[in-house]
Design a protein around this ligand. Structure first.
Ligand SMILES: Cc1cc2nc3c(=O)[nH]c(=O)nc-3n(C[C@H](O)[C@H](O)[C@H](O)COP(=O)(O)OP(=O)(O)OC[C@H]3O[C@@H](n4cnc5c(N)ncnc54)[C@H](O)[C@@H]3O)c2cc1C
Length: 385
């Protein structure tokens, strides 16, 4: 179910990427899941082939292509059971902040490494007491001379264990801006990382992706690593939100498609009462409903990506898509396991893993409930907390 008719260039990118994933990633999935990590070499190989941060301008090591190539990356990683690598988070979130808001010096130093896979990035927003309520963050940076001294704790950070640069939302003290509103983004990298402690977290699924709790302990960050201006942190996250949420929609949609494919294949092969279970009315209706939902998700995602590429404000639509497609993918995954019967509960079956992996989609990057708050506000309502 292609989201777009690929152009010849996109088709070539997709074909080469699919081949790379089939040879270099899919066969190692189990090993990486056991190790709770994707080896660094794989990031570098992806980078060397031009698959990472392809959207970056050529001067920074990219190919200057548009967001469709990020769509292709997200789709192919899930199709090839290789989403263990936190590449979308690295390229479309962390790297995008550096590209959009870092100083020229930092951009020149860091971005080519982002594209080559030599530097892995993560985004540190969530704290133990501040997830949906992002404004409740407590991480604090105090300006001392030509450095900020950062203290705080972040949690659930994708790529957090191995990240070479961390885009960190914090409050900054001692500036002209009201400290209560002074949310700012710092890029923590290089020597600063010596003052960062990390702890790997165990999860329900997505075992090859490292997810960490991160502690900043009197961590000195050069003032030049402030992204943009002090006090503008939330404004920047608002600007990047559409891209980030689209990236999550692509994952959810691809999970839904894979779950459906697995269920359809199984329903044609598995026999009960002397016929394929797919020919039993109840099962065929489940598959019909799943196929319909997957098509609707694909069409809606298509609209969102097209409008995003045109530069339209897609705040409302992308929030709808993030919420609906993530929930739909979970409905489809649930039914797909049901169609597999007991085998669906066995770890050696792909559907079992997809079911575990997809569960997080309505949670991270803004929960379904928070998406509904955004949509309600866009409708002119004032949801009460
Ligand atoms: C695997 C994984 C990877 C992640 N990666 C990252 C990352 O790389 N960087 C990062 O910064 N964060 C990351 N996160 C954090 C993620 O974005 C948060 O978990 C998410 O935003 C929800 O925050 P919370 O967990 O604190 O839940 P809470 O905010 O405590 O919410 C708990 C429940 O209350 C509901 N709720 C809260 N407020 C409202 C409201 N106003 N109206 C209605 N319902 C409400 C929520 O919808 C939810 O159901 C990751 C999380 C996971 C699980």
């Amino acid at each position: 179910m292609p989201l777009f008719e690929d152009t010849p260039e996109e088709r070539a990118f997709r074909t080469a990427l699919r081949k790379f994933i089939a040879n270099e990633m899919t066969p190692y999935r189990e090993e990486w899941e056991k190790n709770r990590a994707v080896p660094r070499e794989v990031w570098k190989k992806l980078g060397k082939q031009g698959f990472l941060c392809a959207w970056l301008p050529e001067e920074y090591g990219g190919s200057g292509v548009d967001f469709r190539y990020s769509v292709i990356l997200g789709q192919e990683l899930i199709r090839g059971d290789a989403m263990g690598i936190g590449a979308p988070n690295h390229q479309d979130v962390a790297t995008h902040y550096v590209y959009s808001y870092a100083s020229d010096e930092l951009k020149k130093r860091l971005l080519p490494k982002c594209a080559s896979g030599d530097a892995i990035g993560c985004i540190c927003m969530t704290e133990p007491n501040a997830g949906s309520d992002a404004a409740a963050i407590r991480s604090k940076a105090v300006r001392k001379g030509d450095h900020y001294i950062l203290n705080g704790q972040k949690v659930f950070i994708t790529n957090g264990m191995f990240a070479d640069f961390m885009v960190v939302m914090c409050r900054v003290e001692s500036s002209d801006v009201d400290p209560k509103k002074n949310y700012s983004l710092l890029c923590v990298e290089g020597e600063s990382l010596k003052h960062v402690q990390r702890r790997q977290l165990e999860k329900m699924g997505r075992h090859a992706t490292d997810t960490a709790e991160v502690f900043f302990d009197d961590c000195p960050v050069p003032a030049g690593n402030l992204l943009g201006k002090e006090g503008e942190g939330f404004k920047y996250t608002m600007h990047n939100l559409a891209r980030e949420r689209l990236e999550l929609c692509i994952k959810s949609q691809s999970y839904a498609e894979e779950c459906f494919k697995e269920a359809l294949k199984y329903a044609k092969e598995r026999e009960a009462f002397g016929k394929p279970i797919g020919n039993i009315e109840a099962v065929s209706f489940m598959l019909a409903e799943m196929a319909t939902e997957v098509e609707i998700g694909d069409a809606f995602l298509h609209v969102c990506v097209e409008e995003f590429l045109k530069g339209d404000d897609i705040t409302k639509k992308v929030s709808m898509a993030k919420a609906w497609i993530a929930e739909m993918a979970n409905r489809v995954a649930y039914k797909a396991v049901q169609i597999h019967g007991g085998y669906g509960y066995m770890a050696e079956y792909r559907i079992c893993r997809l079911y575990q992996d997809v569960r997080v989609m309505p949670i991270f990057g803004g929960t379904t409930e928070i998406m509904n708050v955004v949509i309600a506000r866009q409708l002119g309502l004032k949801p009460i907390f």
